[in-house]
Design a protein around this ligand. Structure first.
Ligand code: 1HN
Length: 334
């Protein structure tokens, strides 16, 4: 194929002359607009995310969450959550263009009432505190590091009969559902519906840390280390290649002590929660020095590299399965 010089570049926005301007005004009155005036904003040569790299230190967020705990009950709030908002897109309750994230607190003796919605949710447990979550009549205990899913349109409620606060990271595909204008939601008639099923008799919805930690350590003993990801696994449905949530992919990676990862980027903006260890991640031009329970976000197509001081474990989630289903996903390992 022959290529003219410069044929790979898109042209900048054409000049706006007085004559064109007058024409554009007449177009505007008929709810039309010239494509050539907006083309370069519509079709970017590579992702140009409005999202920014961002970092939340658990030591700063937890006191604010506890303060919320004395201001409002979980029941009154429906869900007592501090939403993690991406600083580049404040005011829309999004951590990325496709995902919602928040940190939820259920105090001892509290319940969060049962409801359901089209949006799917994941919980990554930070402090268990003796809490449980129920999904369509089956209840599971929440322990630190557990990855728990709430599938689309399933009734779910939470409670904490323990004597310590329960805190977890929520991830939902709310922005995807709303982009499609496909949101439905309703309250359950009962605030706390009865437990009618054993956890063993329903499809797995709690991927416990005891099992995933064992799996990741097994991988680190037998598998090859990835130059960027260390030892990384993606959560799957049992005996399947499918993601437990159709829109959201979840991952667990072990970075061995002294690990120095290479640069990586993907089109799936990714939310990280530090599960164990200390280290740092370079995200674009930023360096995030992290410890246990810190949370950070890597925007789409932004380079990230990780370093670990001691053995570190990172949980993460992104919209990768959604992008893969639509054949949009790309990655680059340096
Ligand atoms: C939700 O249902 C929960 O069930 C948490 O714990 C956060 C954020 C947006 C929409 C629904 C929960 C949520 C949410």
């Amino acid at each position: 194929m022959t290529r003219e010089a410069g044929s790979g570049d898109f042209h900048a926005r054409p000049e706006i002359t007085p004559e064109r301007q007058e024409f554009y005004k007449r177009l505007d009155r008929k709810n039309t607009t010239p494509l050539w005036d907006v083309f370069s904003n519509l079709v970017m040569p590579q992702p140009q995310s409005a999202c920014q790299p961002a970092f939340w230190k658990y030591g700063e967020i937890r006191p604010l969450l506890m303060e919320a705990g004395s201001l409002i009950t979980a029941r009154e709030a429906e869900r007592r959550v501090l939403v993690l908002e991406n600083p580049g897109i404040r005011g829309v309750s999004q951590i990325t263009q496709s995902l919602y994230a928040g940190v939820q607190l259920v105090m001892p003796g509290e319940i969060a009432p049962s409801h359901r919605h089209v949006a799917s949710a994941l919980r990554f447990v930070i402090e268990g505190g003796g809490a449980y979550t129920s999904v369509d009549g089956a209840r599971t205990e929440m322990h630190p590091g557990d990855f728990i899913i709430t599938p689309s349109w399933t009734f779910h409620d939470h409670g904490n009969p323990g004597d310590a606060p329960a805190i977890w990271l929520d991830g939902l595909d709310v922005p995807i559902v709303n982009m499609f204008d496909a949101s439905f939601a309703e309250r359950c008639a009962e605030v706390t519906p009865p437990v009618t099923k054993s956890e063993e008799d329903v499809p797995i919805f709690n991927y416990t840390y005891s099992s995933s930690r064992e799996a990741i350590h097994q991988l680190s003993r037998n598998g090859a280390v990835h130059p960027a990801h260390g030892f990384r696994m993606q959560y799957r449905k049992p005996s399947s290649v499918e993601s437990p949530i159709p829109t959201i992919g979840a991952f667990l990676q072990l970075l061995p002590a002294g690990f120095r990862g290479t640069d990586y980027r993907g089109t799936d903006a990714t939310v990280y929660c530090v599960t164990e260890g200390r280290g740092r991640s370079r995200v674009g031009g930023n360096t995030f020095e992290w410890g246990e329970h810190d949370i950070f976000v890597v925007p789409s197509w932004c380079f990230v590299s990780h370093e670990a001081d001691n053995d570190a474990v990172l949980f993460s989630f992104s919209d990768r399965p959604a992008q893969q289903a639509l054949k949009l996903w790309r990655e680059e390992v340096r």
